[in-house]
Design a protein around this ligand. Sequence first.
Ligand code: A1D88
Ligand code: NDP
Length: 445
Amino acid sequence: MKEILDAIQSPDSSSADFAALPLPDSYRAITVHKDETEMFAGLTTRDKDPRKSIHLDDVPVPELGPGEALVAVMASSVNYNSVWTSIFEPLPTFGFLERYGKLSELTKRHDLPYHIIGSDLAGVVLRTGPGVNAWRPGDEVVAHCLSVELESSDGHNDTMLDPEQRIWGFETNFGGLAEIALVKSNQLMPKPDHLSWEEAAAPGLVNSTAYRQLVSRNGAGMKQGDNVLIWGASGGLGSYATQFALAGGANPICVVSSEQKAGICRAMGAEAIIDRTAEDYKFWKDEHTQDPKEWKRFGKRIRELTGGEDVDIVFEHPGRETFGASVYVTRKGGTIVTCASTSGYNHEYDNRYLWMSLKRIIGSHFANYREAWEANRLIAKGKIHPTLSKVYSLEETGQAAYDVHRNLHQGKVGVLCLAPEEGMGVRDHDKRAQHIDAINRFRNI
Ligand SMILES: C/C=C/C(=O)SCCNC(=O)CCNC(=O)[C@H](O)C(C)(C)COP(=O)(O)OP(=O)(O)OC[C@H]1O[C@@H](n2cnc3c(N)ncnc32)[C@H](O)[C@@H]1OP(=O)(O)O
Ligand SMILES: NC(=O)C1=CN([C@@H]2O[C@H](COP(=O)(O)OP(=O)(O)OC[C@H]3O[C@@H](n4cnc5c(N)ncnc54)[C@H](OP(=O)(O)O)[C@@H]3O)[C@@H](O)[C@H]2O)C=CC1
């Protein structure tokens, strides 16, 4: 592994040098274990502690198949899907690996008693499999997390609709929280050259998801002037949704849970901000009963901030706790676009406010190949910036996932894999200098 790192750090290494490097037999990777999926039985979701289930193991390098690449991972990031994996909710991810393992001789590799997790990476291509021509050993890359087979025509218009669509590092093995990762070569995209490894690894999953959910015609198709209500506006998804709204000429109404997070949204350029803690919204009177008066109070606050207008789009992901309010406050003809249910997946809302006001609920999940590429292009052009706050070592990934699970973090949390320290891997210093304040906006807060 040292030889690989030396080659990455040497400005003189050629593609041939990388191709000639011997691969190690094994590498360090963040895993969860199949024989531990019951370890949190009886605990509440909140009390399930990723620090107990997440392991750092030495694992063998997987066999490389056609159309695939092995990547030396310099840095990765924590996504909420790794929180779900580590608390075995809503179900253990080993079922996904078993199902994938049944697809073909080659996919059998994924069905193991350990799951190497992680759905983001920035690193360097080490090897490519047969049929890969667009990428070569030595290329500096990031990887998006869409894994598809594309053998069915169902996914040929929109690759997210492939019946074998999976999220790499969640529904497949050999993910990015590791020193080496296995990806399909179609997941690879150029690393933005003005960013460090950990900055480049931070946006991937959430930036692509927010792009489809908010900007793409497959999602809400946001346009100039739209009022966009963004839950968790300084969190993983929300920090990119807020940037897309601002960059696209829309008007974000940012919901956050503290004055500090409100300050971050202001620093991004948002003006309309709601501190849900300070204003103490209680959308649920008890576990089973919502309080429409609270929906109305929330809607009135939005109208105060917009000069009397309701929201064209709600960027939803908290789920059960907020969904009734989200449907209520949406403008006549507006769109609630949802990609998650952090607080519970059985949503309840008053359907009269949906049909009588001709509103639409759209389901959105990650991003297709093209959307992921477009989202990465905006990062590379310095139009959208990473929202990296804190960076952990690979050994500390359990703590990093704990922070995200307990909502103790801001924006994105990074993890150094092979990179020995932060700040390495920047190739275009002039471009970086132009955007340095925006790149550092979330750091160390
Ligand atoms: C990018 C990052 C993203 C995120 O962070 S997202 C957040 C994290 N993700 C999650 O929380 C989602 C985790 N996944 C799940 O909870 C489950 O994954 C799903 C609920 C999404 C699906 O569950 P399943 O058990 O896979 O699906 P089924 O449809 O309940 O069962 C599959 C069997 O049901 C059959 N079936 C499907 N549709 C129908 C139908 N319309 N009528 C009859 N049968 C149907 C299938 O064929 C198959 O059958 P056969 O088991 O025999 O293969
Ligand atoms: N389908 C897909 O493709 C994707 C789905 N997801 C899912 O989206 C969800 C959010 O992911 P991500 O943004 O990365 O996570 P983060 O934890 O980084 O951010 C979510 C933010 O939402 C807010 N929030 C959390 N719970 C509630 C609640 N009950 N009511 C109101 N606001 C709440 C919090 O902000 P604050 O406290 O400031 O209000 C929190 O910071 C996860 O469930 C994840 O699995 C994520 C990416 C892709």
